[in-house]
Design a protein around this ligand. Structure first.
Ligand SMILES: Cc1cc2nc3c(=O)[nH]c(=O)nc-3n(C[C@H](O)[C@H](O)[C@H](O)COP(=O)(O)OP(=O)(O)OC[C@H]3O[C@@H](n4cnc5c(N)ncnc54)[C@H](O)[C@@H]3O)c2cc1C
Length: 357
């Protein structure tokens, strides 16, 4: 029987593994992806939300990709690393020799979600949100809780969507820290962009959502029709792993610290020697190392490549007015070239997979 490499989750690195599935077949391995849906590219998410991009531009269906791999369209409920089996949500069990998780993350539990806020992830939820705003002709009072890069970009994109629909932007972005971890210049540029684009910034935590009001404490409230929660992420992990929302701890070779036949990458993993923020770019960069290590591990070879994530990386936010806000280390810049570069980088990434069809 051929050795089984099972991939859970169609995340960034696993999409690359599927693209290179012939390498697994050439090594005599059977490659199986288990994922319930499509791959949504987060880099294009806010372009979809603002109406600048078609939802199809951000979505790839793994089943459309050519190559020798199997695709099980289901969610994995649990993993048993002792018996080396995964249990699907319908109860079916599959065996593996080597397992890899690229299952992403979700908005960590907050009472705002129970009160009806829309989570900023999964990215597919943002495509549905755009449809809701379009149906209302943009005439909705919108708010985003959480003023990190994700919350800011969503707020600017929704304001852009309202303008695109001919409505006056009614958008509040709330959070005590604007762009935490970003340079001061980026924060100044973000404040200018919000003022220009009709986003009101409230530097307070949203404490509650009830009766159509968001509550900031000290009796301060604002009326709202839709609240988006961008309040922090937690790892998606099937049952069977004793790990926190920080993610499955992995070594430099991306293997789980608890079992060398299990690998994890992207938002669901925590690189114990090189902690990094949750960004798709790290999954993309880790992919070649992951692929080689999965092939080596499944083939019984002990050699492993090591992944050292870069300490500085380029982030570009889509401001929704035809410009991008770029940050690289301590440098920040805003302008049309930044958005042009973002669209080019995103398009190049997605095109790689479309060419394989
Ligand atoms: C609005 C927004 C904009 C962003 N913009 C950027 C950006 O411009 N650049 C950037 O680098 N990062 C960006 N990010 C961050 C980015 O979303 C994440 O870092 C990235 O999506 C993580 O990718 P991943 O490969 O870990 O997993 P994902 O791409 O999230 O994929 C996870 C997959 O696993 C599947 N899955 C989950 N659980 C299971 C299970 N139990 N069984 C089977 N399958 C499962 C899911 O269905 C999904 O297909 C953005 C995030 C948001 C919310």
């Amino acid at each position: 029987m051929t050795r089984q490499v099972v991939l859970i989750g169609a995340g960034h690195a696993h999409m690359e593994a599927l693209r290179q599935s012939k390498r697994f077949a050439n090594a005599g391995l059977t490659l199986t992806l288990i994922d319930p849906g499509a791959f949504w590219y987060s880099g294009a998410a806010t372009g979809v939300l603002s109406g600048a991009l078609d939802p199809a531009a951000a979505r790839l269906n793994p089943a459309d990709m050519a190559g020798p791999f199997l695709h099980v369209r289901q969610r994995v409920a649990s993993v048993n690393s002792v018996t080396r089996t995964v249990r699907l949500e319908d109860g079916l069990e599959l065996s593996y020799d080597v397992l890899s998780l690229n299952t992403g993350s979700h908005i960590a539990h907050t009472p705002l979600l129970e009160a009806g806020a829309i989570p900023a992830k999964p990215v597919s939820a943002l495509a549905a949100l755009r449809a809701t705003v379009e149906t209302a002709g943009g005439r909705l009072r919108l708010a985003v809780a959480g003023a990190g890069a994700t919350g800011l970009e969503i707020a600017l994109s929704l304001a852009s969507l309202q303008r695109r629909l001919g409505a006056h932007p009614q958008m509040v972005l709330a959070g005590p820290d604007l762009l935490p971890g970003w340079p001061d210049k980026a924060r100044d540029l973000a404040r200018d962009a919000m003022a220009r684009c009709g986003v009101e910034y409230v530097p307070r935590r949203v404490q509650d959502l009830s009766m159509g009001l968001i509550h900031f404490g000290e009796r301060r409230v604002a009326p709202v029709d839709i609240l988006v929660a961008a309040t922090g992420l937690s790892a998606n992990l099937p049952d069977g792993f004793d790990a926190s929302g920080d993610g499955l701890p992995v070594n430099e070779d991306l293997s789980w610290t608890g079992d060398g036949s299990v690998f994890a990458v992207g938002d669901c993993a925590r690189m114990v020697d090189h902690p990094r923020p949750r960004l798709g770019v790290f999954g993309v960069r880790a992919a070649p190392i992951l692929i080689q290590n999965l092939i080596n591990a499944a083939g019984g070879r002990t050699t492993r490549r090591r992944y050292t994530p870069q300490s500085r990386w380029l982030s570009i936010l889509d401001v929704g007015d035809g410009t991008g806000l770029a940050r690289y280390g301590d440098l920040a810049f805003q302008g049309k070239p930044a958005l042009t570069l973002k669209r080019w980088l995103d398009g190049r990434f997605l095109q790689r997979f479309r060419e394989e069809h």
